[in-house]
Design a protein around this ligand. Structure first.
Ligand SMILES: [Zn+2]
Length: 438
């Protein structure tokens, strides 16, 4: 085997070739075991004593390995990636999404940026460190996980609840989604470090009322009451609230570029955020809570007024806002609408400071002198939600130096997902420095 930087491209490619689509259904999500077996074999080949754990259902496999550090007194660092990917429609792609083909300077395929790229970097470095006998400053726990793309019930959350021993001593975690460069102006590149995530809160609304005949006067129709509440909620704009991570992001961009982020109105702030390009999609959603109606169901016959009508709402709530958000919800929905959480994975946030942040910043600046790091919040969610419950500070930093014109955020779960070969090698060099100094 070669050094990590040489091996990372073929590892990424081979991981992409393993079909580990997570459909969200147990019966059809079957490829994680094969991906885990691949990673396990690669780790065992260089001498790791690995553990492969099934997390709550057959075939949901996770791989763990620990590399002992020089100082057993220091807490361990969890370095994690997920092995599952979201489904795809191959007819929309210009290469087969499972090809892992290397062409035009990119590795192509589902998972190229989310997140078999980072899996491959972690795996390549774990292999290099073992092969050359590297002892990191503290214990490194390498974790390759199932089920992130469906929320981690059969992955990180199961493991955190049932096998906390795997994470013994871990006080910090390094995973997705951050570290990709954004080019602002001529020669400023920022590498956002994910320090926060909104919640994932799926809510069911239900109105129960008097059923009746569709031909008669009826002023307590469940469908009408629900539809009015859904429309009020769907059109509601929650207040601007800038948490520490989002404020830190804006402040650093202002310092570097002069772009101001006025907070006197949502429209003014959105206008400024739009200047950031593709990443505006993510950043814009982190300045307020959102509640988007996504499903409706009621009735079974055209002339029967049903007794129940239901809707599903996808809510994403900022750290620290849950109580205020629910108060606001109740005011909007009114007394006739029942609500319950189908899933509610809490928001997380940590501060952008400390030794690990300094190490990340120095490592990326040594490889890219124009680099600046800054905190940011993800509008979605990752396995960090499970690890935060175990008391870890969670950071998302999968370093990639990207071409300025690449719309990177569109590649996440997108068509023609691909990662530049030189970005993978860059990322491996940065991650190597981080893990050697952490
Ligand atoms: Zn991911």
């Amino acid at each position: 085997m070669g050094r990590a930087e040489d091996e990372v491209v073929s590892l990424t490619s081979e991981l992409i070739q393993i079909d580990s689509q997570n459909t969200g259904e147990l019966a059809t999500t079957t490829g994680e075991a094969e991906a885990a077996a691949y990673v396990d074999a690669k780790l065992r080949e260089v001498g790791y004593e690995t553990e492969v754990i099934e997390s709550g259902a057959p075939g949901r496999h996770n791989v763990f390995a620990r590399l002992k550090g020089a100082d057993p007194e220091r807490p361990a660092l969890l370095v994690h990636g997920h092995l599952d990917v979201v489904p795809f429609d191959e007819s929309e792609w210009s290469v087969h999404p499972l090809s892992g083909s290397v062409q035009d300077g990119y590795v192509w395929g589902r998972g190229a940026v989310d997140m078999k790229d980072m899996d491959a970097m972690i795996l390549a470095l774990a292999r290099q460190f073992a092969a050359e006998g590297t002892v990191p400053p503290r214990d490194l726990v390498f974790a390759f996980l199932a089920d992130e793309e469906a929320g981690g019930a059969y992955g990180s959350h199961w493991l955190a609840e049932n096998r906390p021993d795997l994470f013994e001593g871990c006080t910090e975690a390094l995973g997705e989604v951050g570290g990709f460069s954004l080019t602002l102006g001529e020669d400023v590149r920022v590498y956002p470090v994910m320090t926060a995530e909104k919640s994932i809160a799926w809510m069911r609304l239900r109105v129960r009322s008097r059923p009746g005949h569709g031909s008669m006067i009826h002023d307590e129709n469940a469908v009408t009451i629900l539809a009015e509440a859904v429309a009020r909620l769907g059109r509601h704009r929650f207040p601007l609230v800038l948490t520490e991570s989002v404020q830190g992001f804006f402040d650093e961009i202002t310092t570097l570029t002069g772009i101001e982020f006025p907070t006197d109105s949502a429209a003014a702030l959105d206008g400024a955020v739009a200047k950031l390009g593709g990443v505006a999609r993510v950043v814009g959603a982190t300045t307020r809570d959102t509640a988007n109606p996504t499903m409706l169901s009621a009735g079974y016959k055209a002339n029967v007024i049903p007794s129940v009508a239901e809707a599903t709402i996808d809510c994403r709530v900022l750290p620290g806002r849950q109580e205020a958000f629910e108060r606001e919800l109740d005011e909007i929905l009114g007394p006739d609408v029942e609500r319950e959480w189908i899933r509610n994975l809490q928001a997380v946030e940590t501060s952008f400071d400390g030794e690990l942040v300094d190490v990340m910043t120095r490592a990326v600046q040594e490889e890219d002198p124009q680099a600046h790091t800054l905190p940011y919040m993800m509008s979605g969610g990752t396995d960090a939600k499970a690890f935060e419950k175990l008391g870890m500070r969670c950071f998302g930093f999968a370093p990639l130096r990207l071409p300025p014109d690449l719309d990177f955020t569109a590649l996440f779960h997108g068509i023609d997902e691909r990662v530049p070969v030189d970005a993978l090698q860059f990322g491996t060099r940065v991650l190597e420095k981080i893990l050697r100094r952490c």
